[in-house]
Design a protein around this ligand. Structure first.
Ligand SMILES: [Zn+2]
Length: 454
């Protein structure tokens, strides 16, 4: 009798599980159908790119972007939309240019300032350049060879890596730490080869660590890095002139937050977000307009499809991922001060191409639990769910024990655009972006429905 009862319970459990699986598959299909037939978010991305390009923290366009997206979230029918205020240092680039002197002629270089580059005098800084392939090379050359010169970092991304993020992370120290190391040995400015896989004319900017005094720091396009290197072989005393007009300011700014109230546990928040700021030289379409609009799509679809979220869904459009990463820290502080329970956080900030996978930054148990859902997303090309990080903006929540996730799309073309004028709306494909929105909404649906491992 006892065994019969056990068998009955087991059958009931299996039946319920099968039913839940079928129901999930049906809901996920609805999410994908809706995403791929609704153009609202894509249009809004176009508007954001057109009305507020170069929306770096503290710039007029960063405030235009906040207004534009606040109104959009209100129109979507979020239950609450508010601005989470914080103050932060910022940096405004007014202009930047550079030339190389070849046979007495000033040849302009395709370049841009890195943030937060120091300004130069009006006439610029003018000096011989010294080409290096690594930070260590600067250390080996030492003050004797470096002092008074402009250091030129010219190591390219490794094209043989399938994973372009790996190639990026191995090359980017020339940008993030290059100016600081050059300064340490007495250089008066630094030039970094754009961290870009291609040979083209787009300069790619980005941030560098600047503690204390800093030097003017720029990036040149990969084509011009090649030219500079070739010219230097002909004339080892080649001089470059760099002009940067920029200023350090402090600003009061905002993360933009919108909530869709949960039906059972409204005080638990499932965070989904991207960053609203973008470098001064770009529309910031893939980085990270797409991530912002994919996040707002999660809220829109839960509402439009009546998905009945148990927990509150919180969309956060973070300010300042690019320069000082102050928005992510400010939200974590806000969370601590107000004892907010963030149940889970998902970030999209790695491009809006064809969906590939999710990374999960949480305990082994939670990673395995979430991996159980992968088969439901497999039919839509989401190939895996693996252990990994969440992202820069949600990163500070990790210390508070929040399970994190990062959305990843195909990465072969991302660094063609990243932090350059090439990152523009026309390079975002509607279907690719929306398949990502659907993948994100589906993951959040599953986590909210079935809970994480306790
Ligand atoms: Zn980004």
């Amino acid at each position: 009798m006892k065994n019969l009862f056990k068998l009955f319970l087991l059958l009931l459990f299996l039946q319920n599980t099968a039913f839940a699986q079928e129901e999930s598959a049906t809901t996920i299909k609805k999410i994908y159908d809706n995403a791929i037939t609704t153009h609202q978010a894509y249009h809004q991305l176009g508007l954001l790119c057109e009305k507020a390009p170069g929306r770096l923290i503290g710039t007029p366009n960063s405030f235009i972007a906040v207004d534009l997206m606040k109104k959009y979230l209100e129109d979507l029918g979020a239950d609450t939309v508010f601005l989470q205020a914080f103050s932060s240092p910022a940096w405004i680039c007014h202009s930047a240019s550079a030339t190389m002197n070849v046979n007495g002629k000033e040849i302009p270089l395709k370049m841009d300032a890195l943030g937060p580059s120091a300004s130069t005098p009006k006439k610029g800084v003018n000096a011989e350049i010294i080409e290096v392939m690594s930070l260590d090379e600067v250390r080996v050359l030492g003050r004797e060879k470096i002092e008074g010169k402009i250091v030129f970092y010219n190591r390219s991304m490794n094209p043989t890596y399938y994973n372009t993020f790996r190639a990026y992370s191995e090359a980017v120290d020339q940008r993030t730490a290059g100016p600081g190391v050059a300064k340490e040995f007495g250089a008066i400015a630094s030039i970094t080869r754009s961290v870009n896989n291609n040979l083209d004319d787009f300069p790619h900017t980005g941030t560098f660590h600047a503690e204390g005094d800093k030097i003017p720091a720029i990036a040149v396009s990969t084509n011009d890095a090649e030219k500079l290197s070739a010219a230097l072989k002909i004339n080892p005393h080649l001089k470059v002139n760099i002009k940067v007009d920029a200023e350090d300011i402090s600003t009061n700014t905002y993360n933009l937050i919108a909530d869709l109230k949960g039906s059972e546990k409204p005080d638990e928040y499932i965070v989904v977000g991207g960053h609203l700021d973008a470098w001064h030289n770009t529309q910031g379409a893939h980085d990270d307009g797409v991530g912002c609009l994919q996040s707002t799509e999660v809220l829109r679809m839960f509402k439009d499809l009546g998905l009945q979220n148990k927990r509150s869904i919180r969309v956060i459009l973070f300010m300042d991922e690019e320069l000082y990463q102050s928005g992510g820290k400010a939200y974590a502080d806000f969370t601590r001060e107000n004892k907010i329970k963030n149940y889970f956080a998902l970030e999209s900030d790695a491009g809006g191409f064809t969906p590939r996978f999710f990374t999960i930054g949480a305990s082994k148990e939670i990673v395995s639990k979430i991996q159980e859902y992968q088969y439901l997303l497999q039919p839509y090309g989401l190939e895996k769910i693996i252990a990994g990080g969440g992202g820069v903006d949600i990163g500070p929540l990790k210390k508070l024990g929040v399970p994190l996730a990062g959305y990843r799309s195909d990465w072969q073309r991302y660094f063609d655009m990243h932090h350059s004028a090439n990152d523009k709306f026309e390079n975002v494909n509607f279907r690719e972006m929306q398949l990502g929105s659907a993948a994100m909404a589906s993951l959040i649906y599953l986590i909210d429905q079935f809970d994480l491992a306790e």
